[in-house]
Design a protein around this ligand. Structure first.
Ligand SMILES: Cc1cc2nc3c(=O)[nH]c(=O)nc-3n(C[C@H](O)[C@H](O)[C@H](O)COP(=O)(O)O)c2cc1C
Ligand SMILES: C=C(O[C@@H]1CC(C(=O)O)=C[C@@H](OP(=O)(O)O)[C@H]1O)C(=O)O
Length: 357
């Protein structure tokens, strides 16, 4: 099956299914000499792992990563870096009704229409369990980018209709929703509890910010930085919208309001979200994603069987109430992979080289 590889210079292939033996990533193109340990990767995996918030699936996965190749004496060797994470708690028997019935909102029917068969155990390759491999690869990109002073942070702006009124990044890791407004996080917990009890699900909005990027990332046509970021974020399951900078609000602004004035010290505002003409400006890169509600819900829904008979489905198995907050580190990972890819573009290597730690 094509379409399992992301990136051109910093290339990542993910492999594995939600109820298979293991999942993993192969990273090709990471420069040699970079310090890299399993612990560097584990930190990010622990933020995505199930069980860390009331919105999370009850599936119990330790998500311990092992580095199988590409690292010797604590440094990358420039050869493919292979990472593996074993599945520990799939409980595939709970999914037997999915063998014959399609879940509304999930990939079951479209996948089968395309390939003619489907691993119905938890959605197989279409399960967001695959994002464990993206986060592992993203952590390697984070380590590489840190040598240039580049970092990426994401957080929850809105969940179940509860909006943040302030952004204080220092509190993000103090609450289970990765929310920069602690009061909003408390309301989110109440809402999630209500929705979970009803057997329903919900969505929200995540903001992703990249800091320390030099000017020059991205191409003026086709491979524009904003185009690649939108592609990367939209490639995550449940993401249905991506905005950069002022985003959809720009449609209602005047040019005199939207243009970011240029001063000798830099740009006076950042409606552009750090990207002009497809190329990073040196300002913070700011993107937001709209996340849809989780498809697998316990409320009865209308659907059809594989042979086209109408029926209703009440989805079994263990599911998130919302992809937020677990999607937050996944958004970080996809942004990190785009930036690492562009930092390895020949024009950027000529300017900045590789930095080793
Ligand atoms: C972190 C994360 C966790 C998710 N958890 C679930 C889940 O438990 N159950 C489910 O049905 N969908 C879950 N999803 C959403 C589905 O994977 C996604 O809706 C599905 O693959 C269909 O793709 P689409 O929504 O992009 O069309 C999750 C998505 C993410 C990013
Ligand atoms: C296990 C994880 O999340 C899963 C994402 C997911 C889905 O359909 O996206 C469905 C559920 O699992 P299963 O594939 O067993 O139905 C979630 O528990 C994980 O992210 O580690």
């Amino acid at each position: 099956m094509a379409g399992n590889t992301f990136g051109k210079m910093f290339r990542v292939t993910t492999w594995g299914e939600s109820h298979g033996k293991a999942l993993g990533a192969v990273i090709d193109g990471c420069p040699p000499g970079l310090s890299l340990s399993e612990e560097d990767i584990q930190k990010d995996l622990d933020r995505r792992r199930p069980g860390r918030s009331p919105a999370s699936t009850k599936r119990k996965e330790s998500d311990r990563v092992q580095i199988l190749s590409g690292v010797f004496e604590g440094k990358t060797t420039g050869t493919p870096i292979s990472l593996i994470i074993y599945n520990e708690d799939a409980r595939s028997g709970d999914y037997s009704t999915l063998a014959d019935t399609y879940r509304p909102g999930h990939a079951d029917r479209t996948y089968e229409q395309k390939y003619g068969l489907r691993d119905w155990r938890g959605g197989g390759r279409s399960s967001a369990r695959e994002t464990v491999a993206r986060v592992a690869a993203g952590a390697v990109a984070r380590k590489f980018l840190s040598t240039f002073g580049i970092n990426v942070v994401a957080y929850t702006l809105e969940l179940a209709g509860v909006k943040c009124n302030r952004i204080d990044e220092t509190v993000i890791d103090n609450n289970p929703f990765y929310c920069p407004d602690e009061e909003a996080a408390q309301l989110m917990a109440v809402k999630i509890d209500e929705i979970r009890r009803r057997g329903d699900s919900c969505g929200g909005i995540v903001q992703v910010v990249a800091r320390g990027c030099p000017p020059g990332l991205g191409e003026p046509v086709f491979d524009k930085l904003d185009a690649r970021i939108a592609y990367a974020l939209m490639s995550i399951g449940a993401v249905k919208g991506v905005e950069i900078g002022s985003g959809f609000r720009c449609a209602r602004m005047l040019g005199s309001e939207h243009n970011d004035p240029i001063t000798p010290e830099g740009y006076a505002s950042n409606n552009a979200g750090g990207i002009l003409g497809g190329i990073s400006s040196g300002m913070d890169i700011v993107a937001r994603v709209a996340v849809k509600p989780i498809p697998s819900i316990r409320i009865a829904q209308q659907t059809i069987t594989r042979d086209g008979r109408p029926t209703t489905i009440t989805v079994k198995g263990r599911h998130d109430v919302s992809a937020i907050p677990r999607i937050v580190p996944v958004c970080e990972a996809m942004m990190l992979l785009v930036l690492a890819d562009f930092m390895l573009h020949p024009t950027m290597v000529a300017k900045y080289g590789f930095r080793h730690t």
